[in-house]
Design a protein around this ligand. Structure first.
Ligand code: SAH
Ligand code: F3S
Length: 481
């Protein structure tokens, strides 16, 4: 054990030494999902070994990387706009190189180089270990592209460099890719097939975060409930695994319990869950361990069985209600949030009313709601006409956002008068005399600072609320502190 610690210390001092010697500057910007932000930390780590330290100042960068999102057209347009800005900076600093990472890189491949002259390098989400070679290529004046998707890559052996970290909470990725093939979604095409990361390397990363003073981790995956480690390889090849591999495999409930037991004073969150893959086992594991936060992000996309089928969501509205009922039975105070899409092809007013009535049933704590955006190459784009007029999509979106607002307020009001444990993350957005943190349900709580500090677990009495925020006063440290 001592030897391992020694080696690790040595490793760390090597990294620090390396950072001191690094002379080139990397500016990295991330868009889209949490996984992209987590990936950028992996990229920063790989490039730290290649002589790059990160900078927050675009103008002084030698290498500018933008980690992109393709989920909706708007996300792609945002990136194109940023490239215009980078172009303006490049006119002043012609030696600056620009690379595009992530889902847009994977979707557009070589086409990116033709469409955006400023881009020198295109790298897909599974090719980051090739960055040292790709950077050498662009250093020598050639364009560089690697968009090969992998069956194994999980970056389990890369220790992320924490970027823009509050030192309190961190992302730990546990699965990559998605096999679900929802017909509207571009992710299976840009992030490839589902594979899980070795639980040992996950635990090591969490141990390291704990030693560095982090208090909360979020286990990340496109579909965390489908986590399955059987020695490596694609989830879909599990059937071909040996009996031994099957017998010693670890599923998501197993992984959650493992992490929760290893670090009883650390808060554990996870995202995202898919209704069809979430098991009772996971819900029971959550209720057994106090440090697993009582919050589930459980996207459904639509309340209409017909639309769910067209979306290939592989579960019905009734099955979803059963899952919600089970969650409420096993964890009565669990918060639940949603993702919804309005205006999927063929959606009628009746389908839309089904979505509203589903929301009435669940009364989500919060939600992320979007108008359908057709993505090239997806099954919906190939087989269905994007036939709901923009103004109808928008009107339906406004209706579900308004309803969510009412439900948010209904949920936050349930916290009034209670004393809840809050982990302090930083200054409140509105006032630097107040701290901002979250309760176990992931609801933001704001309260006067007094003598508490970032990273403290504090008991807060909730005295007021809005639809999304709880307001209160600290009554002392919690026993977790
Ligand atoms: N499982 C993933 C889902 C990623 S996409 C996760 O880890 O969160 C996030 C959300 O974007 C989806 O749940 C869906 O509501 C929305 N979305 C995906 N594709 C979309 C599209 N083509 N148009 C509009 N919204 C979309
Ligand atoms: Fe996308 Fe559906 Fe997977 S929304 S990420 S294909 S679960």
């Amino acid at each position: 054990m001592e030897k391992i610690i020694d080696e690790k210390k040595q490793g760390e001092s090597l990294v620090t030494e390396q950072k001191k010697q690094n002379t080139r500057k990397l500016y990295i910007e991330s868009y889209g999902c949490q996984m992209n932000f987590s990936d950028s930390e992996i990229v920063a780590s790989i490039l730290a070994n290649e002589g790059f330290n990160t900078t927050q100042t675009l103008e002084e960068a030698d290498l500018v990387l933008v980690n992109t999102c393709s989920i909706r057209e708007k996300a792609e347009l945002t990136v194109r706009k940023r490239l215009e800005k980078f172009n303006a900076v490049k006119r002043i600093n012609p030696n600056m190189k620009v690379g595009v990472l992530g889902c847009m890189a994977e979707r557009l491949k070589n086409k990116f180089l033709e469409e955006e002259k400023i881009v020198d390098m295109v790298v897909g989400p599974d090719a980051y270990k090739d960055l040292p070679n790709l950077v050498r290529e662009i250093d020598e004046g050639r364009n560089a592209v690697n968009v090969i998707l992998s069956k194994e890559e999980t970056y389990g052996d890369v220790a992320p460099v924490r970027l823009n970290s509050n030192g309190v909470s961190a992302f730990v990725s546990i699965t990559r890719g998605c096999d679900n093939m929802c017909t509207f979604c571009v992710v299976p095409f840009t992030r490839g097939r589902e594979r899980s990361r070795n639980p040992q390397s996950i635990l090591e990363e969490v141990n390291d975060l704990w030693e560095k003073g982090f208090k909360e981790i979020t286990l990340l995956g496109q579909n965390v409930d489908s986590y399955l480690w059987y020695g490596g390889g694609l989830k879909k090849d599990f059937d071909k695994a040996s009996e031994m591999q099957k017998a010693t495999s670890v599923n998501f409930a197993g992984l959650l319990a493992m992490v929760a037991i290893a670090h009883p004073k650390m808060r554990i969150r996870f995202s995202t869950s898919n209704p069809q893959d979430m098991t009772l086992d996971v819900i029971e594991t959550m209720s057994k361990h106090n440090n697993i936060c009582k919050y589930i992000h459980l996207p459904i996309q639509s309340g209409s069985n017909r639309i769910l089928k067209e979306m290939n969501r592989l579960h019905t509205r009734e099955e979803y209600f059963e899952l919600i009922d089970n969650i409420r039975k096993i964890i009565p105070d669990c918060a639940i949030s949603q993702d919804m899409i309005t205006g999927f092809p063929t959606e009628t007013e009746q389908d839309h009313r089904d979505t509203l009535s589903l929301m009435e049933y669940v009364k989500y704590d919060f939600g992320f709601m979007f108008a359908y955006s057709e993505r090239p190459g997806t099954l919906a784009a190939r087989k269905m006409k994007d036939d709901v007029p923009q103004e109808v999509k928008k009107r339906r979106l406004t209706e579900i956002i308004n309803l969510q607002q009412q439900h948010g307020l209904y949920r936050t009001r349930q916290h009034l008068g209670k004393i809840e444990e809050v982990l302090i993350e930083g200054n409140s957005k509105k006032s630097n005399r107040h701290w901002m943190g979250r309760n176990t349900q992931n609801t933001v709580v704001v309260f006067p600072k007094e003598n508490y500090k970032v990273g403290d677990f504090v008991n807060v009495k909730i005295t007021d609320c809005t639809a999304a925020t709880l307001i209160g006063e600290a009554v002392g440290y919690s026993e977790n502190n």
